[in-house]
Structures are given as structure tokens and as C-alpha cells.
Ligand binder design. Structure first.
Ligand SMILES: [Zn+2]
Length: 360
């Protein structure tokens, strides 16, 4: 599996070099931001420690310095140091990036908090007719095709917006706040804030994919809540409101997670077409993703107008520079409209966000 192969390479590098500022994967035309090239939805930690040990306790109490070992059997990194996925203390992006930096044994990007007033007391009534706190897998409006992009924004997202403009297509972005070493999305010294404002002004839908892409079913309830609230604050800092739609990382949200999403007023959004683009990010193999979409559209003809909700990732070059235009051409040819998730569910735009009207 390519993602795991990249991760293995990454782990080897991390065990042999303290600083790994950039890796670029073989199909990339330009370097990927940060050191973690592929935070795709199928990736898991090498040992699952970042998530699964979130509530684990250990008896090691000393604080480990730079270069020392950390983790369940080794200890906790000293002040300000991150515990890398491979279990070494340090402060580089390679040590601190989310989601694989080990939350329980040091600092991590995931532990950073957006500036400004927390969003936890923004009222969250269940507005509209789309259900809250339960999985949504399909659209309602006939002849709609809701393309969605997870894990961004990233270096390709601006070019993706140009592609979408060319087709006058509207899509939905399930955004992460800080993962893969890209920095905080609301840090306007990075490109992300202005990019997200462009997304918003262009009429695309902005939705949450959590702050740092942890598996929501494998972290504690307070960590889970934090994952949504922190991303809300960052998005509020950029567009003035918080989204009502989210997609759980790894498409994993257990019963407790669903209850929390209901409490926080979120539509939990899955999909009925998986383009599998994260496994086909290569000029030779991206055709497989195109075939998936073609087959789905062909099946849809058996029930004319059957709507679709598809998942892709704007962090992959082939998705942005090849697959998306192909899909949009096919969608147009089939007489469908490329719309946001909200529109495909007949949910008015006013219901996609909760604006932060608090006075201070
Ligand atoms: Zn994801």
C-alpha cells in the first residue's frame, strides 16, 4: 500500500536523521508542504499509539531531552518537545506533525489552539431538515453530484479552484486545521487563510474534517470535542462562522462519537462514491479512479437522476490536475450538476454555518 510504504520510509528517515524538512512523493510535481506527504484517509499510525494510547497511563516520570526515546515504555518529552511517530523527542515538523505525533508523550501540532474566543458556547440548534448526529451517505436532489475534497487546504487547492471555476462547479471542502505540518489554517502568514476566503466567496461549502485528523473513535471524549472546537475556532477566524457539516477522519465515528457530533450540532457526512484517489495518485493508475466514477454514473442511469456524493482529496496531484476535470466532464455529460453537499441535500446555504454573533 503506497501510503504505508511512504510512512515506512518516513519512519526510517526519522530514526536516522533528526530533521527531515521536506519529502516529495514520486508523482508530485512540487514538494508537499511540511514533511508528511500523504495524510490520506486510509493512513494509520505505524503503531496506533497517537490515538489508541490516548488514555493509557505509564509509570515513567522523567522528561526526555532532544533525541531521546519517548512513548509508552520510554517516557514523556521535555517542555516544548514533540514525541515523533517513531518515538523520538524533538521539535521539527517531522516530530510534531499531526496526526501521528504522539499526543500523550509530548507536545504536538495537534495541541496548538487557535486564537480568539472559544466556540463552545455558540448556540447549536438543529436547524433544517438534514439529520444531525447520524451518518449521511447520499444526496436527495435528483441529478446532483456532490464532489467533496478532504484533508486540505494544501498546495494544490488553489489550482483546484481554477479547475472548478472553469466548470462553474461547486464542491465541498472538508478541511483539517493543522495536520501534515502545514501550520494552522488561520495563521495568515501561511497561504491557507486567504485561500479559504476564496473558497468561501466562490460559493463552495466549507466543512470540518477536524483540527488534526485524529481518529475520533480512538481518542478520549474531551480530545474528540477539542478536535471539533479547535477547527471551529480556526474556521471562524477566517470566515466568521463555524460549519454544521463534518466528515470524521478515516470515516470512523463510533456510537460515542456520533453522540458527541449530535451534541455539537454536526451532520456526519460520508459518501456513496469512493474515488479511491489516495491509492491512485499516479498517472498510470488514476484511470482506476475514473473507472469507479464511470461505473457509478452508469449504474445511476438505471434510476434516472439518482444523486451522488463522492469523496476525493485535494492533497493529491492527480486528483487536482487530472481526475477532477474528468469527473466534471462526465457529470456534465450525464446531465448532472456539480453542487455542494448542502445543495444536494436541499439544505439552504443559511444552514451550512453558525455565524459567531457574540459581542466579545
Ligand atoms: Zn482525511
Amino acid at each position: 500500500m503506497p501510503a504505508l510504504r511512504v510512512l515506512s520510509l518516513f519512519t526510517v528517515l526519522l530514526t536516522t536523521a533528526v530533521s527531515v524538512p521536506y519529502l516529495s512523493y514520486h508523482t508530485s510535481r512540487i514538494p508537499v508542504v511540511g514533511s508528511k506527504p500523504e495524510p490520506s484517509s486510509n493512513r494509520i499510525s505505524t503503531d496506533g499509539s497517537a490515538a489508541e494510547n490516548s488514555t493509557a497511563s505509564h509509570t515513567v516520570t522523567h522528561r526526555v531531552s532532544v533525541g531521546g526515546r519517548c512513548g509508552p515504555d520510554a517516557g514523556h518529552c521535555g517542555e516544548g518537545l514533540c514525541c515523533s511517530p517513531a518515538g523520538y523527542c524533538g521539535s521539527t515538523t517531522a516530530h510534531c506533525y499531526a496526526p501521528d505525533c504522539q499526543l500523550d508523550y509530548g507536545s504536538c501540532d495537534a495541541n496548538k489552539t487557535p486564537e480568539g474566543r472559544p466556540t463552545d458556547d455558540i448556540p447549536r440548534p438543529w436547524i433544517g431538515s438534514v439529520p444531525y448526529g447520524q451518518g449521511i451517505y447520499s444526496c436527495r436532489a435528483p441529478y446532483t453530484f456532490a464532489m467533496t475534497f478532504d484533508d486540505g487546504p494544501n498546495i494544490y487547492t488553489s489550482d483546484l479552484l481554477d479547475v472548478l471555476d472553469n466548470f462553474t462547479a461547486k464542491v465541498t471542502f472538508f478541511m483539517t486545521g493543522i495536520n501534515s505540518g502545514k501550520g494552522e489554517i488561520d495563521d495568515f502568514t501561511t497561504p491557507w487563510g486567504a485561500l479559504i476566503q476564496r473558497i468561501h466567496k466562490s460559493g463552495h461549502q466549507i466543512a470540518s474534517h477536524t483540527w488534526s485528523h485524529q481518529d475520533l473513535s480512538k481518542i478520549s471524549p474531551s480530545q474528540r470535542r477539542d478536535q471539533l472546537l479547535k477547527n471551529e475556532a480556526a474556521i471562524r477566524n477566517i470566515i466568521g462562522g463555524i460549519p454544521t457539516y463534518m466528515r470524521p477522519p478515516y470515516s470512523n465515528c463510533n456510537v460515542e462519537c456520533m453522540a458527541d457530533m449530535a451534541d455539537l450540532g454536526y451532520h456526519v457526512t460520508y459518501f456513496n462514491i469512493d474515488t479511491n484517489d489516495y491509492n491512485n495518485d499516479d498517472p498510470e493508475t488514476i484511470q482506476k479512479s475514473k473507472d469507479i466514477v464511470d461505473k457509478a454514473l452508469a449504474r445511476g442511469q438505471e434510476t434516472p437522476g439518482h444523486p451522488f456524493l463522492a469523496i476525493g482529496h485535494d492533497i493529491h496531484a492527480q486528483t487536482v490536475y487530472n481526475l477532477t476535470a474528468y469527473i466534471l466532464r462526465r457529470v456534465n455529460d450525464a446531465g448532472y450538476r456539480a453542487v455542494t453537499v448542502g445543495e444536494c441535500l436541499n439544505d439552504p446555504r443559511d444552514n451550512w454555518y453558525r455565524w459567531d454573533y457574540r459581542s466579545n
